[in-house]
Ligand binder design. Structure first.
Ligand code: ATR
Length: 285
């Protein structure tokens, strides 16, 4: 006789979660989830793990057997995990990428995308009077992050969504997938796209510390518009500074990072975490 538990014996352990990507060292997610675990007195851990693309399938097979209840997923795995998941939410399928995995007790992997949710929750929290139906939305950029923004804005009831991107074909692809409410503008016409827009979003990486500035003329921008940027380093990007000078309401991008993390934390650790000023400060330290 041995003391080893048989495969049917339940093993009790503190739940493990984490984020996989490459590179991953600079991820702020461990700090965020670590803060929430401590705040709510939950016994559990959240780790950053570098995973190579060729090891992704093995890692997803093994981690649930080592006590993991789920993962966040970042570049370059956000698209590939969809092909490895057993259940994919509608919004993840629509966006074509997942950022949150849940390892279910029945062994199935559930993939979701909470980026669009995080984007909208950030606007609702920091600009409570924002009305998605007040006028057209203008999205600058057509990469993975832009797809989540487009999906969530349409879902929120935006009636006209204008989009522009340096590489026009990517905006055309988004229009082909997301439909008639989208209007594609040429990159050279980005300034004109802002005319009459009620919501303006930078979903490119331009304006990020170390990258070029976003050079879209804001002359046509109305002071009634709400302007937000997915870039959060720096918090106040040149776009947000100029928009604020023009009298617009502005919302920085850090809140999207905080809010997109909340649904995963709740599913893994059983507690809906609050996104408040204290949480924000943890990421700014
Ligand atoms: P993410 O998942 O963060 O959206 P991505 O899919 O690589 O990353 O998209 C980056 C976005 O920033 C794209 O809209 C990209 O434009 P292209 O599709 O033309 O590449 C935009 N972007 C990055 N660098 C840019 C630059 N120097 N000028 C204009 N747009 C840029």
């Amino acid at each position: 006789m041995t003391d080893e538990p048989s495969s049917s014996t339940e093993i009790r352990h503190a739940p493990l979660a984490g984020v996989i990507g490459l590179p991953i060292a600079h991820s702020r997610s461990p700090r965020l989830h670590g803060h929430w675990l401590k705040r709510y007195g939950i016994e559990g851990s959240y780790l950053a793990m570098p995973v190579r693309p060729e090891h992704l399938a093995d890692v997803l097979r093994v981690l649930p057997r080592a006590g993991f209840v789920g993962l966040n997923v970042t570049i370059p795995h956000k698209e590939a995990v969809l092909t490895l998941a057993d259940v994919v939410t509608d919004r993840a399928a629509l966006i074509g990428a997942a950022n949150t995995l849940i390892f279910r007790p029945d062994g199935k992997i559930h993939a979701d995308n909470t980026d669009g949710y995080g984007f909208i929750a950030n606007l609702r929290q920091n600009a409570p009077d924002w009305d998605p139906q007040a006028g057209p939305a203008a999205v600058i950029g057509a990469g993975g992050a832009a797809r989540a923004v487009v999906a969530s804005l349409l879902d929120s009831g935006v009636r006209e969504l204008r989009i522009t991107n340096r590489t026009r074909i990517r905006s055309e692809q988004i229009k082909a997938e997301f439909g008639a409410r989208l209007v594609v503008y040429d990159w050279a016409q980005a300034g004109n796209m802002l005319e009459g827009a009620a919501t303006v979003v930078n979903a490119t990486s331009l304006g990020m510390t170390g990258k070029q500035a976003l050079r879209v003329p804001l002359d046509a921008l109305s002071s009634d518009a709400l302007v937000t940027d997915l870039v959060y380093t720096p918090l106040m990007t040149p776009l947000l500074i100029e928009a604020r000078q023009r009298g617009c309401r502005v919302v920085d991008g850090l809140g999207m990072l905080l809010h997109q993390a909340a649904p995963g934390f709740e599913r893994w650790f059983g507690q809906r975490p609050e996104v408040d000023e204290e949480t924000r400060q943890v990421l700014l330290e």
